[in-house]
Write a protein that binds this ligand. Structure first.
Ligand code: FMN
Length: 181
């Protein structure tokens, strides 16, 4: 699969077969995702993969800010991937000050790149994913017992697809591209 095909055929998958993602496949996905770019190569993203049934239930039921649409997806996903980022590195100078006016928002920017890179690497291995933005990060941190210097950046449901959704419509280059010549 080339990059164009990978980008164009990846879809958000919300229905999964019950098959688990083998550990070696998961490792390969993360070994590919590690090539994501990061601020000064700080590599702040961490991937926490939850397959434990009780933990999955807690995340799906108690950590989605009552957005039950996500509960359904998460409960049936064989794996829930929590993308976290290590704080106070990305976007910071050595003395702890911010490098730019965006302050600490570069941390989430990097988490987003890491999440998408994970999803593309997963797609290449036939694993479907759905990035989710509606979650309670404090509650998830509690379920995972995360160290204080890691913050939840994204929740990703993952598993082998049991649906083949059409691509939702995209805006064309005529709208999203501005050229300055
Ligand atoms: C930051 C972000 C947050 C999202 N949050 C959710 C979510 O909470 N629940 C969900 O089902 N999909 C979520 N999505 C998936 C989008 O709905 C999806 O990417 C979009 O509709 C385009 O569809 P596609 O991914 O199949 O191309 C999210 C995607 C992104 C990038």
């Amino acid at each position: 699969m080339n990059a164009k095909e990978c980008l164009e055929t990846r879809r958000s998958i919300r229905k999964y077969k019950s098959d688990a993602i083998p550990v070696d496949v998961l490792n390969e996905i993360v070994e590919t995702a590690k090539y994501a770019p990061s601020w000064k190569n700080t590599q702040i993203a961490r991937y926490h993969v939850v397959t434990n049934t009780e933990m999955k239930k807690k995340i799906a039921n108690d950590c989605v800010c009552d957005f039950t649409f996500n509960t359904k997806t998460l409960l049936h996903a064989p794996a829930i991937v929590i993308v976290t980022y290590v704080t106070k590195r990305c976007g910071y100078e050595r003395d702890g000050s911010f490098t730019t006016s965006k302050g600490d928002r570069w941390e989430m920017f990097n988490a987003g790149i890491a999440a998408q890179t994970f999803c593309l690497a997963a797609h290449e291995k036939g694993v479907g994913t759905c990035i989710m933005g509606i979650f309670d990060d404090a509650k998830i941190a509690e379920v995972l017992n995360l160290p204080e210097n890691q913050i939840v950046g994204a929740v990703i449901a993952a598993g082998y697809p049991d649906e083949t959704p059409e691509a939702p419509a995209r805006k064309g280059a005529d709208i999203i591209l501005t050229r300055y010549e």
